[in-house]
Design a protein around this ligand. Sequence first.
Ligand code: NAD
Ligand code: IPM
Ligand code: MN
Length: 346
Amino acid sequence: SSNIRLAVIPGDGIGTEVVTEGLKVLNAVGVKVETTEYDLGARRYNLSGETLPDDVLDELRGYDAILLGAVGHPSVPPGVLERDLLLKLRFELDHYVNLRPVKLFPGVATPLGGVSPEDIDMIVVREGTEGPYAGAGGVMRRGTEHEIATQESLNTAYGVERVVRYAFEKALSRPRRKLTLVHKTNVLTYAGDLWARTVDRLSLEYPEVETDYCHVDAASMFFVNQPARFDVIVTDNLFGDILTDIGAAVAGGIGLAASGNVNPERTAPSMFEPVHGSAPDIAGQGKADPTATILSVAMLLDHLGLSEAAERVEQAVADDLLERQSGWSGRTTREIGDDITARVAG
Ligand code: NAD
Ligand code: IPM
Ligand code: MN
């Protein structure tokens, strides 16, 4: 029936380790999937200087979806793979919605006191193609004591409206129907004003959705001491990046945090990846938790309309998490992948 054509970019460090487990689970869930692996990342760059060649990018446009591990390696200057490979994919494939659930599964240890799974169940809709990530800015007199570095945040009415609209729709589909804008309107007055006016204007079209606003500094605090105040959050690219690492920490750790870089109009494939990076400190040791990648596979299946398969994967993860007592379970990357695969295969 459904035959998924999936491009796989394992990338660097633990990216390759966790993707192996994600694919194991995907292959066990009973959907027909045809995978093609792309050797992009530090190895390719160090061999040939290539990050994301045009012909590869064009080929990637032809898939139903992309699964990515992580990129970034100590042998490559910071920014090369992050900007010219990962961000280039998000920008070129118009992944304007970066969906990042922050959800505490039953049985998972959280560093917060007195919270239960009902208290941490939100989804961050992070803008994915603009903001400070757009690359506007520059440097003058580099290396002198008069160096000036600027890094501007790009915010377009078009770009803000489409992601805010997506967030309203997402809020409408959830029981609480609450949308919180997170920004810094008290300091970033031009961009903040555009975001705030956009939310106000669209709220008239969504009277069933309750809207709220939080400055990003306060939101960071509330993630830790009042996570229950959030349902759907919409925010800019950089605030969303930072907030979702905090979210990962409060919901059981970065090894559990999944994400989807979504192109809602499907003019190009969406890309699913764990929130974490290539973790050079633990790479090659079998210590990486593949759960975030496996949950990203569930998001991928859901995006492709295979909601039953997605549900099976998420349930297998939930069951596995319930059995982990607290903190690190002592299993290797492969053992966790095998255990979740066995549950999925049922
Ligand atoms: P990181 O997420 O790689 O690691 C932060 C910490 O979390 C490390 O101590 C690491 O060991 C731990 N960790 C991460 N994933 C884990 C997992 N699955 N299981 C257990 N522990 C895990 O972030 P970093 O150290 O800031 O960045 C390392 C490299 O990764 C950099 O080159 C960075 O640019 C890149 N990066 C890439 C992505 C991506 O590809 N999407 C995301 C973030 C960082
Ligand atoms: C993430 C990462 C990326 C980001 C980097 C590696 C470009 O931190 O996916 O969260 O900042 O978006
Ligand atoms: Mn990040």
